[in-house]
Design a protein around this ligand. Structure first.
Ligand SMILES: [Zn+2]
Length: 60
């Protein structure tokens, strides 16, 4: 069960085509980031747990 926080557009890391992303809050804590690229026929998703400080996220 997820609830959507944000929907927007970004660019595919492989083909640089514009695509849509969805950021969802995952029940129990954490975030799920979904990206679907039609040209690549691929779906990227990343799930992270909720943490006060994430070094990788802070650097991004
Ligand atoms: Zn792509």
């Amino acid at each position: 069960m997820t609830s959507t926080i944000e929907v927007g557009t970004t660019h595919c890391p492989s083909c640089a085509a514009p695509l849509n992303f969805t950021l969802d809050a995952v029940e129990g804590g954490g975030l799920r980031y979904d990206v679907t690229c039609a040209p690549c026929q691929q779906v990227y998703f990343h799930v992270s747990t909720e943490a006060p400080q994430l070094p990788a996220a802070a650097a991004a």
